[in-house]
Design a protein around this ligand. Sequence first.
Ligand code: GBH
Length: 459
Amino acid sequence: MSDYPSFPPGFVLGAATASYQIEGAAREDGRGPSIWDTYSHTPGLVMNGDTGDVACDHYHRYPEDVALLHDLGVDSYRFSIAWPRIVPEGSGAVNPKGLDFYSRLVDELLAAGIEPAATLYHWDLPQALEDRGGWRVRETAERFAEYTAVVAEHLGDRVPRWITLNEPWCSSFLGYSIGRHAPGAKEGRGALAAAHHLLVGHGLAMSALRAAGVREAGITLNLDRNLPATDSPADLAAVVRADTQHNLVWTEPILAGRYPDTEEETWGELITGEDFRRDGDLELISQPLDFLGVNYYRPIVVADAPHRESDPARRVATDNRYEEVRHPGVRHTAMNWPVVPDSFTDLLVRLKKQYGDALPPIHITENGSAEDDAPAADGTVHDADRVAYLRDHLTALRAAMDAGVDVRGYYVWSLLDNFEWAYGYDKRFGIVRVDYDTQERTPKDSYRWYREMIAANRA
Ligand code: GBH
């Protein structure tokens, strides 16, 4: 078969996971509680009352999971480090057993010929830090830099690729204003302060990674391709608002060293005169990246909508006067997300157009789909929709590269079915099925397709 998407020599093909979504062992070996333990144990917040207490039990089964990666033939594996395993109280004492777990995981990967790529923050903030204000306060950014320095000192020479934060939009807006992610706050200014302090935390962590001399350091953003529902001026303006919150709030400070310039009233406060901003912050935030990580799943069709909030203080962060509407005429995944591979190409081409030479090389740090893939009677999983999704998105990625975007790697989300945040175990993104009663792993057809594609690229 020659119809596999093909990539230049040296292109990294990988798979990704995140600590709280797969590890389990939530109270073992000195791990402190995180905001996701608190959130998932609060009744009514996560679907079916699911928690990450056990998840995929990866903490105990990592050798088996590394063997799956080895059979898959990936060049690299992206995982995240649970901050509360390393610094259980958020500050102060370091837990050697936490460091030891990641050290063993990294050694196992290296022995299998797989390059580790570590994310330092995939949303599991130590609860002790949330109790002191969480990302609303600058102290959390400072503690993040200290934790980063500890981890980089222990693993820096064995882990070539480092990601400071995963999707800070989720940590700030879903966590502190929409409330659908931990800590579940519904505030206005809290989310803006969190956005800024996450950016500062990224900058401080970049400095710590540089001081440790790691090979490559960057950040992962969930950039959105926002499509107007109609070409009415109102919907076009709504797209500008969506672009600002989801994209420009992050890319402008990080890539251009400036805050987003928009006339939209909802962003006025972020752009001028908040007391949480300090001189020098933009320089810190905009220090050069070795790569930009981009997670892509779907485009968002944006329509103008009236203010939902009557309180102006809450409007600032929570209410951008737009809503997501259904994309007509395309398949939707189990997440009810539209499947539009062209939007993946467009997102990347547009980013290149916007930032030109200031755009660092890109790694696609996540891409994949949740499907209702029930096993057949013999236990096999024939996930044709996921295979098509991966094939079409890898083809769309190749098209962006042909159009001049410098993309160096791609990580499928996810190696395993796992704890899908507010959806619990209800949504399955894995190319390997996990039976949560037995913890049995069953590679799906998509796993075999991905393995063949990797092999075809090596041939
Ligand atoms: C990524 O988030 C995450 O990095 C990864 O951990 C996750 O498993 C993966 O994608 C798949 O979702 O309906 O209000 O509960 C992508 C952004 C943020 C999209 C949370 C789904 C649910 C919002 N995700 N969002 S809500």
